[in-house]
Design a protein around this ligand. Structure first.
Ligand code: NAI
Ligand code: 15L
Length: 272
């Protein structure tokens, strides 16, 4: 008998930055890893590779068939016009959960984002049950994913861990990321615990490393059995990283530059 907890684990967004980081580690959690994206991906070992647009309901249903767990990274990962966000992040996440319901998926790890709370000021320390203050259409789509997954747990018993990821990069890129940074090693461990922690029901956790100054509580991540091992304090030259203009919205709010993206005009200008 296999010691791996899942029979077939689906990783969406596998061609993306974090998908490529997580793909090797995800193999250890299931007998079969199915990787998917709208973009082509490399074949590797025995991974099942499926190119699929999450906005395609029938395609996503077929994608989920046979899987008992999902790590859902696929979608638009930055602020974009609402019409684009609707397709990948709103319809796409709905299609994924419908597939999960129809095919008996037990556990989903949903890549939410700190941009669900991006309009909180940087001097506030947030729990996960704080008021959500999305900083754009992207953040709104992640708030939708958090609510959608809550519904699919309450109604159908599908467990989800929503990870409000801060900034998952090889290294912090600016002063803001000294607070929001999540190392790749900590990301891998956090996603692993989110898949394996027993009886979590529906849980929202922030995803950040043990940075010296943080804006979010790590209590829910600790409930998963996650303890961050890395810290942005380890980076020399942190003080030389670019900073937002003092007093600007980017410097004031947790979402940083996301709070000033848009609007995106899709209609002709209104004559003044
Ligand atoms: P990414 O943009 O590099 O990867 C996202 C992937 O989703 C891409 O490969 C893209 O082709 C795919 N995708 C987009 N629309 C799709 C569709 N309609 N159907 C199927 N696939 C589609 O983003 P990254 O950085 O790898 O992030 C992964 C996830 O984590 C995203 O959901 C993002 O919102 C979330 N996240 C990432 C953070 C970070 O610091 N990198 C922080 C917070 C959340
Ligand atoms: C996110 O949600 C984005 O996907 C990523 O591109 C980063 O900008 C990150 O948040 C962040 O806030 O740094």
């Amino acid at each position: 008998m296999s010691s791996r907890p899942f029979k077939r684990l689906l990783l969406t967004g596998a061609a993306g930055a974090l998908g490529r980081v997580l793909r090797p580690a995800m193999r250890g959690h299931a007998s079969v890893l199915r990787v998917s994206d709208i973009q082509p991906m490399e074949a590797s070992g025995s991974d099942e590779v499926v190119v699929c647009d999450l906005a395609d309901k029938a395609g996503t249903d077929a994608l989920v068939a046979g899987c008992d767990a999902i790590v859902h990274l696929g979608g638009i990962s930055v602020e974009r016009p609402f019409e684009e966000i609707i397709e990948s992040n709103i319809r796409g996440t709905f299609h994924l959960y419908e597939g999960a319901r129809r095919h008996g998926v037990k556990r989903v790890v949903f890549a939410s984002s700190n941009h669900v709370v991006g309009f909180h000021p940087q001097d506030e320390h947030l729990q996960t049950d704080c008021e959500r203050r999305p900083d754009g259409y992207y953040g709104i789509s992640k708030a939708f994913g958090e609510d959608l997954s809550r519904f699919y747990f309450d109604r159908y018993g599908i467990e989800t861990v929503c990870l409000r990821i801060g900034s998952a990069y090889a290294a912090p890129k600016d002063q803001r990321m000294l607070s929001t940074w999540l190392s790749f090693g900590d990301l891998e461990a956090l996603v692993g615990r989110s898949l394996l922690a027993p009886e979590i029901g529906h849980l929202i956790a922030y995803g950040m490393s043990a940075n010296p100054s943080v804006w979010w509580s790590n209590a829910k991540a600790a409930r998963l059995g996650f303890a961050p091992q890395d810290t942005s304090a380890a980076f020399e030259g942190a003080s030389a990283l670019p900073a937002a203009l003092p007093g600007s919205p980017e410097a004031r709010y947790q979402g940083g530059s996301f709070v000033v993206r848009g609007p995106f005009e899709t209609l002709p200008e209104v004559p003044q």
